[in-house]
Design a protein around this ligand. Structure first.
Ligand code: MTE
Ligand code: MO
Length: 551
């Protein structure tokens, strides 16, 4: 901003100088911060999912076209939700700057802008599948307080300061911090500009304080919804049918650096879902409700499920349809739960149901084929994962698992309802977005080591990775280096057809650049196709290849 007499360019109350505009934009930003902070505080009363930032982000996920979503998952991976929140905040910040500028010209328009912003938050929150009318409260209260903050901040920009002292001496002491700030920013541009900078900065300070205390306090209070404590106190039942012991040497990973371990620790297990705030369900509040085509639909508490005498424990590999060739959206765990087929039969499921619509506490719907639920061995309603209650992000307290199907049609987390219905009657969430209604997994293999574009000295080193074809099992994995013949790799001992298998092939690397390619064959004789397909709409296909350089 160039120094000039502000009175030369504005007539006092007009939209004014560059500085006035900068401060007005700042006022918009601060008003938005106050609105969001207050909304977080109110959300602490209503529930974390009612926070407007979360609700808007959540609505954005629902409304975003699949290709954009796929791009986001590709680009940000499991940080996609953080990216979304940051993106939402950036959009809000830009909007807020504009609101401040608009507010300088017309307060009414500025207020309308903030209320519109609140309305978007209200609509997003109220229309969340798990939301009710109360969910609109945080955005509403936030917007009202934010509008007040905008008025309070704009007012000093449009009223001259009371001119008691015509030549303010730069004596810091009596002014305090605000005074010094004013002096620093106001050098050469005196009170006559028609604004009261001192009052603006004081009000700004208050706004920052309110935003920080309400926002920070709100986030803190929202933690009272956390169920980590209850989860920690939960004792899992013992399985009537424990997982078969792993054969000696079942896991090749300790021998081979960079190879995926046979069992994935919970903290490393991939996570894919649409939940920005992870649903928090108290074990004592949990009910699983059956509806639709059952003889006499019932409800079950967590204790009812724990008390059963047919609990199974199984090692199962779970994979995601969004996994790219070479991707890592797959994991293996030891799951504990109720055998699904027995449970459904005992409740008299009708043979006219071909789809189980599973609903989670946050309103997600996952449509699983009834037939697989009944017939696939080891399909279950799981409540234990690697010896612990399900981690909250992985569906606490109960989720479904059906080996051989991608998670989006089988693995409903935070499951609260199973509706025995038909494909004709209902399209579940992903199917509505044109993903395939059927989700059998494809035969898949991946090179874990050497990593792509690694440079290493020529000589012998293992090429290794994992391969899977759940329910069918892996019969063979072959590796090709450059244009040489396919060579069969050594497989880890087969534990169960529902588990992935590790494979390894020691290879003598000559100096130069090499392309390594892998392909797997299932026990029923299907060799992975070379034909590349993107994950949409029914899972990626194609051989995984990596290029390495030896020196
Ligand atoms: N409630 C709910 N369940 C869900 C999803 C979801 O978005 N919401 N995503 C599904 C998808 S696409 C996959 S691949 C698996 C992932 O399970 P994980 O996060 O435990 O690995 O959960 C499935 N269950
Ligand atoms: Mo998935």
């Amino acid at each position: 901003m160039t120094e000039q007499d502000p009175r030369a360019t504005t007539g006092g109350d007009g939209p004014g100088t560059g500085l006035r505009r900068v401060l007005a934009a700042l006022a918009g930003l601060l008003a938005a911060a106050v609105a969001l902070g207050v909304a977080e505080l109110v959300a602490a009363l209503v529930g974390p999912a009612s926070s407007p930032v979360v609700a808007v982000g959540d609505a954005a996920i629902t409304l975003t076209p699949e290709p954009v979503k796929a791009f986001a998952i590709r680009t940000f991976g499991e940080n996609d939700k953080i990216a979304l929140i940051v993106g939402t905040l950036i959009v809000i910040a830009i909007y807020a700057l504009v609101i401040g500028l608009v507010g300088l010209r017309s307060r009414r328009l500025g207020i309308a802008g903030i209320l519109l912003f609140g309305l978007v938050g209200v609509v997003a929150a109220v229309t969340r599948p798990a939301g009710g009318i109360l969910y609109g409260l945080p955005a509403l209260v936030g917007a009202l307080v934010g509008a007040g903050a905008l008025l309070a901040l704009l007012s000093p920009l449009q009223t001259p300061a009371p001119t008691s002292d015509p030549s303010p001496a730069p004596t810091p002491a009596p002014y305090g911090l605000a005074g010094r700030l004013r002096d620093a920013l106001g050098a050469g541009d005196r009170k006559g500009a028609g604004m009261d900078r001192r009052r603006f900065f004081l009000t700004s300070g208050v706004a920052v304080g309110v935003a920080a205390v309400a926002g920070g306090g709100g986030r803190l209070l929202q933690q009272r919804f956390d169920v980590a404590g209850e989860r920690g106190d939960l004792a899992l039942p013992r399985p009537a049918s424990p997982a078969p012991a792993l054969p000696a040497g079942a896991d090749l990973a300790p021998r081979i650096e960079g190879l995926t371990p046979l069992v994935t620790p919970n903290k490393d297990f991939y996570r894919v879902d649409t939940a920005i705030t992870v649903p928090q369900i108290r074990p004592s509040d949990y009910t699983l409700t059956l509806k639709g085509k059952f003889d006499s639909p019932q409800s079950y508490s967590l204790q009812d499920l724990f008390d059963r005498d047919d609990i199974i424990e199984r090692d199962i590999t779970l994979t995601c349809v969004s996994n790219e060739v070479g991707g890592r959206l797959a994991g293996t765990a030891r799951w504990l739960g109720v055998p699904l087929g027995a449970f459904l039969r005992e409740n008299g499921i009708g043979d006219d149901s071909d789809q189980l619509v599973c609903t989670s506490s946050d309103g997600m719907t996952i449509g699983a084929p009834t037939r697989s639920a009944l017939e696939v061995e080891d399909a279950m309603l799981a409540f234990g994962m690697n010896g612990e209650p399900l981690p909250v992000e992985h569906g606490f307290p109960v989720r479904m698992l059906i080996p051989g199907l991608y998670g989006y049609v089988s693995a409903c987390k935070w499951i609260t309802t199973i509706d025995a219905t038909t494909y004709d009657a209902f399209d579940a969430y992903w199917v509505e977005r044109d993903w395939a209604a059927d989700g059998p997994i494809k035969v898949f293999s991946r090179i874990d080591t050497p990593a792509p574009l690694r440079q290493f000295p020529a000589g012998r080193r293992p090429i290794a990775g994992v391969a899977w074809a759940q329910t069918r099992g892996i019969a063979r994995v072959e590796v090709r280096v450059d244009d040489e013949d396919w060579v069969e790799a050594e497989l880890s001992p087969e534990v169960d057809a529902d588990l992935w298998r590790q494979w390894v092939l020691p290879y003598d690397f000559a100096t130069g650049q090499h392309d390594l390619t892998v392909r797997a064959t299932s026990k029923d004789g299907e060799t992975q196709t070379e034909e590349r397909a993107a994950p949409f709409p029914n899972g990626a296909s194609g051989w995984h290849s990596v290029r390495v350089i030896t020196t």
